[in-house]
Design a protein around this ligand. Structure first.
Ligand SMILES: C[S@@+](CC[C@H](N)C(=O)[O-])C[C@H]1O[C@@H](n2cnc3c(N)ncnc32)[C@H](O)[C@@H]1O
Length: 228
């Protein structure tokens, strides 16, 4: 399967709750991934065929870069790096002196990310912290505001990651959370797996008086949470 077709399939699968033609249309009308991101997607599909759906969709990557640019972020945190696609999109949007702290437990997947950070010329602004993300987040200083965060790891951990990030978030800072629609099953009261936990997380965010939030129906659902 060619790279372009593979990206289109990824996008379609991630937004399975809409008419199949719509996600492909949305993906085609966003800034397209450059050669490096396309190569990363193809390599990830080759070495991790069973986990390719973990990678964010290309149009989400374009959105993340734009949001980081719009917030003028200098300190960003990512929870769930995998082979690096979203981290590159975030790091590319940072202010010139910005930095991104990446949290992941997998040496194997992040070794791929490291190679692509090198190729993208981003090693000076990306710092990998290997280990359970909650430990990394709780160890972050309280007096250095986080401007931008992206949560895309184990779904059971989302409330804890959110709690640690929102208290460190600068006023006007943004947290983006992936997979909040769970393939459209979020409204199915009988759905199991991660759905009940994600529903509880979505309710937690909506009820939090410290933030404004919008659940954007892009790919598998991306919730934008802005600190008041
Ligand atoms: C959905 S993938 C992230 C995809 C990535 N954002 C991208 O665009 O390619 C989830 C990642 O979270 C990591 N992960 C799972 N549990 C974790 C934990 N407790 N702490 C840190 N990372 C974790 C996994 O190793 C995996 O790489």
């Amino acid at each position: 399967m060619c790279a372009r077709r593979r990206l289109a399939v990824m996008t379609t699968l991630k937004a399975s709750y809409t008419d199949p033609s719509v996600p492909a249309y949305v993906a085609a009308h966003a800034t397209q991934p450059d050669q490096l991101l396309r190569e990363l997607a193809v390599e990830t599909a080759a070495i991790a065929p069973d986990n390719i759906s973990m990678q964010i969709a290309p149009e989400q990557g374009a959105l993340l870069t734009m949001l980081v640019q719009l917030t003028g972020a200098r300190l960003a945190v990512e929870v769930g790096t995998f082979t690096g696609y979203s981290s590159i999109c975030i790091a590319r949007g940072l202010a010139p002196d910005g930095r991104l702290i990446c949290c992941d437990v997998s040496q194997e997947w992040t070794a791929v990310a490291r190679r692509y950070w090198e190729r993208a010329g981003l090693t000076d602004r990306v710092e990998l912290r290997l280990g359970p993300a909650l430990g990394t987040l709780t160890a972050l200083p309280e007096d250095e505001p986080v401007d931008f965060a992206f949560i895309d790891a184990d779904k059971a951990g989302y409330p804890d990651y959110y709690r640690e990030l929102v208290r460190r978030l600068a006023p006007g800072g943004l947290i983006c959370v992936d997979n909040t629609l769970q393939g459209g099953r979020i409204t199915d009261p009988g759905a199991g797996g991660n759905v009940p936990a994600m529903r509880a997380f979505n309710d937690l965010v909506t009820a939090d008086p410290r933030v404004d939030s919008v659940l954007v129906p892009i790919a598998d659902g991306l919730t934008l949470i802005r600190r008041r």
